[in-house]
Design a protein around this ligand. Structure first.
Ligand code: GLU
Length: 295
């Protein structure tokens, strides 16, 4: 097998049909290209009791499998620390003492690209830092030497997005999402990242950081999300959207799975039987509007 794909849920709640659809796509992209497929639990924040077990059960229930072991980010803190140390040694980090409020106010200044850190703490003197350390916890930011970076996406094509001095380690010491994802994808040999297109704007930051850490950027496939009938991103509050909810409305897991495959223009066959007929070029390029059954 060459390379690997992955599904990397945050155990913050149950997976809804849109999440399961993205997981199925990630699995199909990986397995149809003879890649390994790994499940990584991104449990550095927003962990809800029991969610990981229910997510794993639901992924199994729709017929997905993965290569051992399941990796949990909370068990890999030493890896993130090593990556941060290597960036620190090269002078590629700095401490940031800004509050969210300060960043929001400064970012509305006309010169900062939307969503970019305005660079407030970039040039602090050591004396400033010593004074501020006594007052506030500091986050650690990347000292990026560019403001945008291009990635190649199978669906989107060339995508150029903002790279700013993004956070590597949060004020409470937790490794930030962008750092953990890049370190893990690199160490797990992930060369194909299939995920929801809400994360497309993170890809340039992640690909740029990967380069700094000597990791090749993966092939990206950002897939359209599932929406509710008001055109908003599907969420738990939209009614019966998980396998469990649907079951209690009389919709079996098999029938729920068939809604997913139908939305992808695929026959309602188990994932292992879809590999042979899976054609990325034939997938829909627009979001899937999901109408939960009403009781
Ligand atoms: N853990 C992230 C999420 O559930 C996904 C991260 C990724 O696929 O890069 O939104």
């Amino acid at each position: 097998m060459t390379g690997a794909g992955r599904y990397a849920p945050s155990p913050s709640g149950d997976l809804h049909l849109g999440n399961l659809r993205t997981a199925l796509l990630a699995w199909l992209f990986a397995r149809s290209t003879s890649r390994a497929f790994v499940l990584r639990i991104e449990d550095l924040d927003r962990v809800r009791q029991g969610a990981e077990e229910r997510q794993i059960a639901d992924l199994r229930a729709i017929g997905l499998d993965w290569d051992d072991p399941i990796v949990r980010q909370s068990e890999r803190l030493d890896r993130y620390a090593r990556a941060v140390a290597s960036l620190q040694e090269r002078g590629l980090t700095y401490e940031c003492f800004c509050t969210r409020r300060e960043i929001a106010d400064a970012a509305s200044a006309p010169h900062a690209p939307p969503g970019a850190y305005p660079g407030t703490c970039h040039e602090l003197s050591e004396a400033d830092r010593e004074r501020l350390r006594l007052q506030r916890a500091s986050a650690l930011r990347l000292r990026a030497d560019m403001s945008e970076f291009a990635v190649q996406d199978v669906f989107v094509g060339r995508y150029v997005g903002v790279v700013d001095d993004f956070v590597l380690v949060r004020g409470d010491g937790t490794p930030a999402y962008n750092l953990a994802v890049v370190v893990d994808d690199g160490e797990q040999g992930i060369d194909q990242v299939v995920r929801g297109d809400d994360l497309l704007s993170s890809a340039p930051r992640q690909a740029y950081l990967a380069g700094l850490l000597g990791i090749a950027a993966p092939t990206y496939v950002h897939v359209p999300l599932a929406l509710n009938d008001r055109g908003e991103r599907l969420a738990k509050r939209d009614g019966a959207v998980t396998l469990d909810d649907l079951q209690s409305q009389g919709v079996s897991t098999g029938a729920a799975y068939a809604l997913i495959t139908q939305s992808l223009g695929l026959p309602a066959l188990p994932p292992s039987d879809l590999v042979a007929v899976f054609d990325p070029a034939a997938l829909p390029r627009t979001p899937w509007t999901f109408h939960p059954p009403r009781p």
